[in-house]
Design a protein around this ligand. Structure first.
Ligand SMILES: [Zn+2]
Length: 207
């Protein structure tokens, strides 16, 4: 068998994975190494600008493990197999959990939408707007989501929405929650948007 001088990594027949055993306790922040910890890496040292003796980790190649942190030895086929299978099983479990969560959230959103549709039908074709609001009220009262009037903006529909939605705009310069966005700044009202724009225009003329 011939190898070229540039060839990096294990020769054919050599172990493709190294098993490392932690030999130091890292600072727990930049270096999470623990004494006796077991890691697996590909038997190909990372090229510069990495310092010598660094290897890419199996399952997370952007993350290295070095000979200063671990004592490395070739992994046996059984060790490599056990590690890889465990990683894949953990990933499959995580995916199954994420799918279940997505499914559950989808059902919650679906039922909230159907309840709002029922409210709309009540309003347009049933007993009218007050009766329609019973649909909305019941949907909130069950899980305890009736807004407390003493909460900030508990008596102002638009400001309540602006302040409490999942991704609020930046707060207006007056301190109130925003419902419009311009040049990265949020505004609670058209008046404050116009005021800010006028100030920006004035500054442009001066500059
Ligand atoms: Zn404002």
């Amino acid at each position: 068998m011939t190898t070229t001088p540039e060839a990096a990594g294990p020769a054919a027949g050599a172990s493709q994975l190294l098993k490392g055993i932690g030999k130091i306790d890292g600072d727990g922040f930049k270096d999470t190494t623990r004494k006796g910890e077991v890691v697996f890496v590909y038997a190909q040292p990372l090229p510069e600008p990495y310092a010598p003796g660094q290897y890419p980790r199996v399952g997370n190649t952007g993350y290295s493990a070095s000979t200063q942190q671990y004592d490395f030895a070739p992994a046996t086929v059984d060790e490599a197999r056990e590690h890889i299978e465990a990683r894949l099983a953990a990933a499959a479990d995580e995916l199954a959990r994420a799918k279940k969560l997505t499914n559950d959230l989808g059902k919650i959103i679906h039922d909230m939408t159907v309840a709002q549709q029922a409210a709309w039908i009540e309003w347009q074709h049933g007993k009218g707007a007050d009766a329609a609001m019973t649909w909305i009220h019941n949907g909130l009262a069950g899980p305890g989501f009736i807004p407390d009037e003493d909460e900030p903006y508990g008596k102002e529909a638009q400001a309540w929405y602006d302040a409490n939605r999942a991704d609020p705009f930046p707060t207006c310069f007056c301190g109130r929650p925003s419902n419009s966005l311009w040049m990265g700044k949020g505004f609670c009202s058209n008046a404050h948007y116009e005021q800010h724009r006028a100030e920006v225009e004035a500054q442009k003329k001066e500059g």
